[in-house]
Design a binder for this molecule. Structure first.
Ligand code: NAD
Length: 251
């Protein structure tokens, strides 16, 4: 399939690790120029160096409005425009903690990164996207947008919000021709999932549940970011090995 991304300029948040890093690499592989945003300066700079002159790293926190505005403007100035926003930055927050033991600060932190973060990047990318001939936004939601993983109340709530943020943005930005979609993977082998699930250095090899790779998710993201998915808008691409489709019927 021809993705037609070779002239595109993209910005990826959470680009220093996991799915964001895979998306940045895949976009560079398609010939795009890519702005990398992350709060992890060391990993972000190292990735930019590895990817070469078509990548630019800007250290910023996605919850900081001034930082987001300036990061987006810096990237659009360097690459002369902006066509694609990929919102990957996310945190899982407290894992396995009963709801009456979740600190308000932890709740607020998850909502800030996972929901306010995508709002801010889209808000400040919009004036650049309006000048693009192929504007697209892809947000990282989760299968937790639809079903609740136990012990992750703030995360599940935040990912439900990302799904509805996707739909709401797609409706409001239709007038600007900006498509907004999200991807909703189940467990992906990244540092986040390994930490949450207590997975050691051998990774998920012995897991008795299906696990996907960041590269697999990146392919879904690139399709939704590409003109190849031109009629697709306001949608959630669920990659969960079919779990959501299964009824409880005992047969
Ligand atoms: N790993 C999974 O199983 C899985 C499944 C479904 C959805 N997701 C979602 O995919 C996205 C990426 O997750 P991942 O597994 O690659 O995680 P990860 O921890 O490997 O990477 C997340 C990146 O986001 C950055 N980040 C976090 N908070 C930030 C902030 N405030 N400002 C700037 N950067 C920040 C981190 O520094 C890190 O580089 C998240 O939104 C996550 O919720 C992950």
């Amino acid at each position: 399939m021809e993705l037609r991304l070779s002239t595109a300029v993209a910005v990826v948040t959470g680009a220093a690790s996991g799915i964001g890093r895979a998306c940045a690499r895949a976009l560079i592989g398609e010939g795009a120029r890519v702005g990398l945003i992350d709060r992890d300066e060391a990993a972000g700079s190292a990735l930019a160096e590895e990817l070469g002159p078509d990548a630019l790293f800007v250290a910023a926190d996605v919850t900081d409005e001034g930082g987001m505005r300036s990061a987006v403007d810096t990237i659009a100035r360097r690459f002369d425009g902006l066509d694609i926003v990929v919102g990957c930055a996310g945190i899982s927050g407290p894992f396995g903690r009963p709801v009456d033991e979740i600190a308000l600060a932890d709740w607020n932190a998850v909502l800030a990164v996972n929901v306010t973060g995508p709002f801010l990047i889209v808000k400040h990318a919009l004036r650049h996207l309006r000048r693009s001939s192929m504007p697209a936004v892809v947000l990282l939601a989760s299968d937790s947008s639809f079903v609740a993983a136990p012990g992750m109340v703030p995360y599940n709530a935040s990912k439900g919000a990302v799904l509805q943020l996707t739909r709401a943005l797609s409706v409001d930005l239709a007038i600007d021709g900006v498509r907004v979609n999200c991807v909703c993977p189940s467990v992906v082998d990244t540092p986040m999932a390994r930490a949450d699930l207590g997975i050691g250095p051998n990774g998920f090899a012995a897991a008795d549940f299906p696990v996907q790779t960041p590269d697999e998710v990146a392919r879904h993201v690139l399709y939704l970011a590409s003109p190849a998915s031109r009629p697709v808008n306001g949608q959630a691409l669920v990659s969960d090995f079919g779990y959501l489709a299964r009824s409880s019927f005992p047969a």
